[in-house]
Design a protein around this ligand. Structure first.
Ligand code: NAD
Length: 315
């Protein structure tokens, strides 16, 4: 299968690497010139914690591919949420009638953006519990062992067979992908975890364990999760507040990922980049308002993160 990874940063690097090792025909699409130059010169360097391996993968800026188009069977979108529309605009000429587009970004509601550029039958939504980091241009780090997974579903009811095929291709590469008839449940579940911790850890400048040990953590997590549960229910997604709260709290374990600083912290505090808060917490406030559901915690942390982005001059 000809697979284009649209956004070849940390996660795009991981998926590109694993799919290419499994024999798929992978190309990377990115716009970060130093990263592109490093991969062209040395290959993509992949550090899985034990071994450092280098793989040769073709990488292009979007406009290079548009000028010399190739037939693509599957596009996997892996930009940050704020970059999604720019990527879709740039690669739209490459998306043909047979091109499936899979979105694995964190957050809720990306289909609204994707539907502007891709026909509904070709859109597949999902989420992933794999993780990845960048150690520098051309260098991807793969933390978190081998227990990641992907859950995905077709947006259009008639595209289920293609969704099953995509899941099979990803699984053959060890990405443990499964089809779900109810992928929104999985997307909301992951959004609960991100929504109850990412912004708060960033504002407190604390890792997950440090936040989790505070006396207010239980209330903050349960109240935030409650807002997700209420909005999800209005969208026909049945989440249990106790189960979701317990799920979020597993992240506080210092023996697990408790030492981790969430991606919002990494984007804003470490990289001085604007964050994905609008698609993680802000979207719950927006949807809550539309449904007449009160979401003060999500609304407030979204505003605080935007204040911090402004104060820090994040770009
Ligand atoms: P990243 O910043 O490392 O990678 C994004 C890449 O997209 C960058 O290399 C950037 O140059 C490229 N890009 C952006 N706009 C572009 C455009 N218009 N044209 C070409 N290239 C463009 O981000 P990431 O950490 O890989 O995260 C991607 C998504 O996956 C996010 O939604 C994130 O929340 C989600 N996610 C990340 C992790 C993780 O562990 N990093 C885990 C699960 C989900």
């Amino acid at each position: 299968m000809k697979i284009a990874i649209a956004g070849a940063g940390a996660m795009g690097g991981r998926f590109g690497y694993m799919l290419s090792k499994a024999g798929q025909d992978v190309i990377l699409i990115d716009q970060w010139d130093v990263h592109i130059a490093a991969i062209r010169e040395h290959g993509l360097q992949v550090n899985d914690g034990d071994v450092i391996e280098t793989v040769q993968l073709p990488i292009y800026r979007p406009e290079e591919l548009v000028a010399n188009p190739v037939d693509i069977d599957l596009v996997i979108l892996f930009t940050k949420s704020l970059q999604l529309e720019g990527m879709l605009q740039a690669i739209q000429p490459l998306i043909q009638a047979q091109t499936s587009v899979l979105c694995l970004l964190n957050g809720i509601g990306h289909e609204t953006t994707i539907e502007k550029y891709v026909s509904k039958e070709n859109i597949f939504l999902g989420c992933t519990m794999w993780t990845a980091g960048l150690e520098g241009p051309g260098k991807v780090k793969l933390p978190g062992g081998v227990n990641g997974y992907v859950v995905l579903q077709n947006l259009h009811s008639e595209s289920k067979q293609t969704a099953l095929r995509i899941a099979e291709v990803l699984s053959t590469a060890g990405l443990h992908a499964r089809y779900s008839d109810h992928v929104l449940y999985e997307i909301y579940k992951k959004a609960c975890a991100n929504g109850a911790t990412n912004a708060v850890c960033t504002l407190l400048e604390a890792n997950l364990s440090t936040f989790g040990e505070t006396t207010c953590a239980e209330t903050i997590v349960r109240t935030t999760v409650g807002e997700y549960v209420a909005v999800a229910e209005a969208e026909g997604v049945d989440l249990d507040i106790d189960a979701m709260t317990d799920f979020v709290k597993t992240a506080f374990d210092p023996a697990g990922i408790g030492g981790h600083y969430p991606s919002t912290y990494q984007d804003l505090i470490l990289m001085n980049r604007r964050t994905e808060v609008d698609c993680i917490n802000g979207i719950i406030a927006v949807k809550g308002e539309a449904y007449g559901i009160s979401t003060p915690y999500c609304a407030f942390v979204t505003e605080l993160i935007h204040c911090k982005e402004e104060i820090l001059g994040a770009i």
